[in-house]
Structure formats: C-alpha cells, structure tokens
Write a new protein. Structure first.
Length: 215
C-alpha cells in the first residue's frame, strides 16, 4: 500500500511516518530527509539547496522528483509512505507517472489537518535525535532522561533544524498554502483523499490514520 502524508510543516507527518515504518514495515520516503542528508554529506546538490531550504522556500521540482525516482525501485513490499512529497501539482503528476511506470498504485492520501496557531508552537519547540531520527518536543514530548534518546540511548546527539524558526516557518507555511494545498482538491477529485484531525495526541492521530487506511 503506497500512501502520501499531506499537511503543513509541523502537522506530524514525520512522526506518523516513523510509526508506520515501525508498525507496518512500510518504507518512508521523505524528500526533506534526503535533502538534509545531501547537505550533510556535502554533495553539489546539497550545497545548491542549502540556502533555499534555510529560508523555507521550495527546492526545484526537478531535484525532488529525481530523488524520488531513484528510490522507487527499493524493496518495499508493505509500500511506500511519501512524506513531504509531492508538494506541487507538477510533483503530483510526476509521482503518478512514476508509480504507473512501475506498475504500482497510490492507495490513499492522508491529509493531516492542524490549526495554524498550533504549528508555530509545535515547530519552534521540536528537536530530534541525530543518531536514530526520533522526534521530541520541549513541551509535548521530552526524553525520559535529559539529553538521552529514549529510543536508541544515544547521548548528546539532539539537534534542531535551522529552518525551525519563526521566519522560515512563515515562508514554509506560505509555500504550503500557495503551492501544496491545491493537492487537496487534486487528490479529492481522484477519490484518494482521507482527512484526519492532526491536532490530538500522537496515539490519537495514529488511531485515526489506521482507521482511515483500514489497518
Ligand atoms: P521537510 O522536512 O519536508 O519540512 O522539508 C524541508 C525543506 O526541504 C522544505 O522547506 C523545502 O525547502 C525542501 N523540500 C522538501 N521536500 C520538498 C519538495 N517535495 N519540494 C520542494 N522542496 C522540498
């Protein structure tokens, strides 16, 4: 089952994708994670996108479509979770064509709805473990032992994203409403859209997603 998690920055797409990977054995394809990895490893493309990402703008369709195309042959018998992709209508068309060329289908698009006010609070307090990627939050999800990851036990590896500040967040929200939100109508018309309330606790949201996907 291939699905898209759609929603504004801070809606909880990454958190729910990690859970689906752990519980269902699905494969997460996050273009944001791929771009950050390209930056960390210092590739030409990574250098090219760094400033754009830090400002909170979208990188070109060509780059992200290329990243996804490279991954679609990965072994994913339980399906792919597209997280943060597609973000434009061009990307959505390209994904449809890529899946079709592999004889695959898109099962559902889960739209995670979150109030704009809540996004600022969620994003400005979040951090992750640099070793395993588990997400935390200053107010909502602190690690059991300060400075130590609950999941993998790594210490001193917590990091914050450079674009998780209020200025970049405004730009990311603007990009979401301008370029990404048309995908809601696009997938509604294709009868793929499942809307869920992303505001609740992680477990509540998980339950809604499972119900929407018949898991
Ligand atoms: P994310 O981790 O999904 O919030 O993505 C972080 C940043 O990477 C975004 O603000 C964009 O600059 C870039 N990015 C990630 N995915 C895409 C995409 N599908 N299209 C364009 N830019 C993207």
């Amino acid at each position: 089952m291939n699905i898209i998690l759609l929603g504004p920055p801070g809606a909880g797409k990454g958190t729910q994708a990690h859970r689906l990977v752990a519980e269902q054995g699905m494969v997460q394809l996050s273009t944001g994670d791929m771009l950050r990895a390209a930056r960390t490893s210092g590739t030409e493309m990574g250098k090219q996108v760094a400033a754009v990402m830090d400002r909170g703008e979208l990188v070109t369709d060509e780059i992200v479509i290329g990243l996804i195309a490279e991954q679609l042959d990965s072994d994913a018998s339980s399906g792919f979770i597209f997280d943060g992709f597609p973000r434009t209508l061009t990307q959505a068309d390209a994904l449809g064509a890529l899946l079709e060329s592999k004889g695959q289908t898109l099962e559902a698009v889960v739209e995670m709805q979150v109030d704009d006010e809540a996004l600022v609070e969620r994003i400005t307090g979040r951090f992750t473990c640099g070793a395993c990627g588990t997400g935390y939050h200053d107010s909502f999800k602190k690690p059991d032992v300060e400075g130590k990851c609950d999941n993998c036990g790594a210490e001193g590896t917590f990091k914050r994203r450079p674009d998780d500040n209020e200025d970049a967040l405004r730009t990311r929200l603007f990009a979401y409403y301008k370029d990404t939100s048309p995908l809601i109508g696009y997938y509604y018309a294709k009868d793929k859209l499942k809307r869920i309330d992303g505001l609740g606790e992680i477990e509540e949201v998980a339950g809604q997603i499972n119900t929407a996907l018949d898991l």
